[in-house]
Design a protein around this ligand. Structure first.
Ligand code: SF4
Ligand code: SF4
Length: 179
């Protein structure tokens, strides 16, 4: 474990595309995707088997570093979320297991009402200016468990409170944070 005074560095991709409101076509595509995922869930023979165990969230200094890094990065990995946000029948199976009795309509409403008013161009519809607008229990397991290589290395280093971390994007934009 490194001493608390040792500075750490996190390399992140960094994205800086502009924000824009969701287009009607993108919203329609997302609703279609959700309905298809719900159909897959309803048609599953053993839906309980689709539920994936949720991994533990980082806490303390690790959590502070992840938040600072993802904030400075701007959520590059979320750009791949497009109009599906990685949500599938497994995501909906977990939502249903955690909220017994939730109807398909209520689930659809919960997702659609969480869409960011402005999201980064071409990115996930929940990728808002201040981060993800979707509550963690509604996110795909991939969203809740993904760390890019820079963050994996950071977490492996077992960061400690008080450590200073320098976060650097691929374009060389730097910021520091104290954990
Ligand atoms: S996980 Fe990595 S790529 Fe994704 S937002 Fe955070 S720093 Fe950026
Ligand atoms: S749902 Fe949230 S965490 Fe997942 S890709 Fe979209 S913005 Fe990123």
């Amino acid at each position: 474990m490194p001493p608390p005074s040792l500075p750490l560095r996190i390399d992140v991709p960094g994205q800086r595309v502009p924000l824009e409101p969701p287009t009607p076509a993108r919203l329609r595509a997302f609703k279609r995707h959700l309905i298809e995922a719900m159909r897959d869930l309803v048609g599953a023979r053993r839906p309980e088997r689709l539920v994936q165990k949720r991994g533990p969230d980082p806490s303390g200094a690790a959590d502070a570093g992840v938040r600072a890094a993802c904030g400075h990065c701007g959520g590059s990995c979320c750009m791949a979320g497009g109009t599906h946000a990685f949500i599938d029948d497994r995501t909906l199976a977990r939502v249903r297991a955690e909220r017994p009795g939730i109807t398909a309509r209520a689930a659809l409403t919960a997702y659609v009402s969480a869409v960011a008013p402005r999201s980064f161009r071409g990115s996930c519809l929940f990728h808002g200016e201040a981060g993800c607008t979707l509550d963690r229990p509604l996110r795909a397991e991939l969203c809740n468990s993904y760390y890019c290589n820079g963050l994996k290395d950071f977490l492996k280093a077992e960061p400690q409170p008080g450590q200073v971390v320098t976060i650097v994007t691929h374009a060389g934009e730097e910021r520091t944070a104290t954990l």
